[in-house]
Each structure stands twice: as structure tokens, then as C-alpha cells.
Design a protein around this ligand. Structure first.
Ligand code: ATP
Length: 327
């Protein structure tokens, strides 16, 4: 018997990222244009458990492409980690007549999606929505480009004051376990150094950064520090620096949640729109448990298991660029 999807649910989960709204809009409109109803699930997996569901029309997603955040709200949900929580979630799907799900989030969201798919045989498609760009199988994640541009704008401003006051600025950047935001932002702002988890030599990096500045008779420096590259983040690096180089006038800036907000860039809006449409297309092709990725500007299907378990590496030439350009 032919399997036909009549109603798809969409949710955003985990850390929010710019252009999640553009992705929701694309999922809703692509579903409707294929004769599939679309229901929005509020507050991620928590809303799925609690039955916070509302049918979305094309009009409901009007005017959101330029807005940061997510109209569906996002949440972390401990209950969904347990089989009992996922049973309640499945009961909501049954009650609402939702026969497939599109989940927009990061690796935690996909891990939860896989568990639900395995236990209840629900067709699920993941869209990579995270500023961290840490998912394997896709060149970019939704929100990464906007976040990178936000970081660049902030650090450009810090650079002005760092130069005027001859200070060393340690700027802490988000990224969970990944250094993509930090390294790419460091190249974009012309930082003296990037301290990222993928490269071990923390002490050597700091020394090198100081040395580079000195050779250029520079009295100011910008060092980007990935939040988990060193215990204690940017303040810990500042402390280390001041111990070894008391002559340095250090200041720390933690960019924090500023990095998650704002109107998405054109690149993110386009990416999210393409991926949202691709999610519905994949369901029509009877794909299951895959993430929509982008590789060389083409849409690809990546098994959720691979997207979660494989490690995406920082590009060596980018790391090298950082060293070459800071001499
Ligand atoms: P980001 O990387 O942007 O923070 P994320 O999707 O990785 O996004 P998490 O908080 O790790 O964010 O995960 C979101 C939600 O997914 C969790 O609150 C939880 O409900 C569910 N989840 C995470 N890990 C699991 C797991 N191992 N089993 C079941 N559900 C999980």
C-alpha cells in the first residue's frame, strides 16, 4: 500500500539560531504547496510532550524571514531523554494526526529525533539549525553565517578601542566543542590569534600571539578564545597572560548570547529556505532519519547517525592562514 504523508509537524529545539524562522516558513509553504498540512510544535520536545501544537497556514509565516529567533520558541527538555517522555511525545503525534516530523536544531535535537524514530517508526528529517556549524555532512548550518558576521562586527568595534588604549583584548566566542566560529571570525577580523579546542597547544598559541605583536612593535592585540578551549574561557587566558607578561594591559569581552540574535544574513535566509523545501521533498521521496545538508552549494541527504557521530574538522588551510596573516 502506498504510504502518504498528510500532515507534517515542525519544531525548533536546543539553542536557537538566526534564520530558524526562514526554515519554518519554507517547511510550512513547501508542505502546503504539496497538499500536506503543517502543524507547528511550540517549545521543542517539551511542547511535543505537552501537546502545544497549532496548525500553521501560509499566512502564519508571513513576514518572519527577516526575524531572528524562532516563532515556535525553543527549549531544552530533559523528559524527552527518557523513553517515557518520548512515549508521551508519540501520543501527541497520534492525537494530532501528525505522521512525519521536521526537527530544526543541533546534534542533541537529532539524537532525540533518532531515538523517537527508532522506537515509533516516525519519519523524521533534521535541518541543521545551530550557530556552531559543528554538524558533519554539511558545509554550513542555519545561523552560522549570521553569527559569524555579528562576531566580526563586535570585534571590529573592540579593535578600535584596543588600539587606542594599547590593550590586549581576549574575546570569548561560542561554539560548544567546535572552533569554527572562533577560527573564521579570527581570520575575518585579522586577530593575532585564535584559541580553539581542535588545536591543543594553548600555551604556545598565547606565547606566539604575544610574540607576533611584539615583533611588529604593536602594543595592542585581539585574541579570540573559544568558550571551551580552555577551562575558565577568556578570563583564564587573561590571567595566564598577565602572570607571564605583567606589562600587558588585558581586557576580556564575553560576547555571549549576542552571537545568537539578529536579523539573518542573505546567505542564511537562502540556505534555510532551500533546506526547508528540501525537507518536504525528502519526505515525499520516503527518506527517513536524514539531515538535509549543503555541500558545494548542492543539497545532500546525510544519515542522522553520521551527522551526529562523525567529527567535522577545521580546515588546515584556515588554521595556517591564521598563523600566516598574523605575522
Ligand atoms: P545546540 O547545539 O544549538 O545547543 P542542540 O540540538 O544540540 O542545539 P541540546 O540541548 O543538546 O541542543 O538538545 C536539544 C534537546 O534534544 C534536549 O533538550 C533533549 O530534549 C533532546 N536530546 C538531547 N540529547 C538527547 C538524547 N541523548 N536522547 C534523547 N533526547 C535528547
Amino acid at each position: 500500500m502506498e504510504y502518504q504523508i498528510k500532515c507534517v509537524g515542525v519544531l525548533t529545539s536546543g539553542g536557537d539560531s538566526p534564520a530558524m524562522n526562514a526554515a519554518i516558513r519554507a517547511v510550512v509553504r513547501a508542505a502546503i504547496s504539496n497538499g500536506i498540512r503543517c502543524k507547528g510544535i511550540y517549545r521543542g520536545y517539551q511542547g511535543l510532550i505537552d501537546g502545544e501544537v497549532k496548525e500553521l497556514t501560509s499566512h502564519d509565516v508571513s513576514g518572519i524571514i527577516s526575524r531572528g529567533g524562532t516563532i515556535l520558541k525553543s527549549a531544552r527538555c530533559a523528559e524527552f531523554r527518557n523513553p517515557e517522555g518520548r512515549k508521551k511525545a508519540f501520543e501527541t503525534l497520534q492525537k494530532e494526526g501528525i505522521d512525519a516530523l521536521v526537527v530544526i536544531g543541533g546534534d542533541g535535537t537529532f539524537t532525540g529525533a533518532r531515538a523517537l524514530a527508532l522506537e515509533y517508526n516516525v519519519p523524521i528529517i533534521g535541518l541543521p539549525g545551530t550557530i556552531d556549524n559543528d554538524l558533519w555532512g554539511t558545509d554550513m548550518t542555519i545561523g552560522y553565517d549570521t553569527s559569524l558576521n555579528t562576531i566580526m562586527d563586535c570585534v571590529d568595534k573592540l579593535k578600535d578601542t584596543a588600539t587606542s588604549h594599547e590593550r590586549v583584548f581576549l574575546v570569548e566566542v561560542m561554539g560548544r566543542d567546535a572552533g569554527f566560529l572562533t577560527l573564521n571570525a579570527a581570520i575575518a577580523v585579522g586577530a593575532e590569534a585564535a584559541i580553539i579546542p581542535e588545536r591543543e597547544a594553548i600555551a604556545e598559541q598565547i606565547e606566539a600571539a604575544i610574540g607576533q605583536g611584539r615583533r611588529k612593535s604593536k602594543n595592542s592585540a585581539i585574541i579570540l578564545v573559544q568558550e571551551h578551549a580552555i577551562e575558565g574561557g577568556a578570563p583564564a587566558v587573561a590571567k595566564l597572560l598577565e602572570e607571564t607578561h605583567p606589562e600587558y594591559n588585558c581586557r576580556c569581552t564575553i560576547l555571549g548570547h549576542l552571537q545568537r540574535g539578529g536579523s539573518p544574513t542573505a546567505q542564511d535566509r537562502i540556505l534555510a529556505s532551500r533546506m526547508g523545501i528540501a525537507a518536504i521533498q525528502a519526505l515525499l521521496e520516503e527518506q527517513r532519519s536524514i539531515m538535509i545538508g549543503i555541500q558545494n552549494d548542492s543539497i545532500v541527504y546525510v544519515p542522522l547517525a553520521k551527522a551526529i557521530n562523525e567529527k567535522k574538522d577545521v580546515k588546515t588551510d584556515k588554521w595556517d592562514a591564521m598563523q600566516i596573516l598574523s605575522i
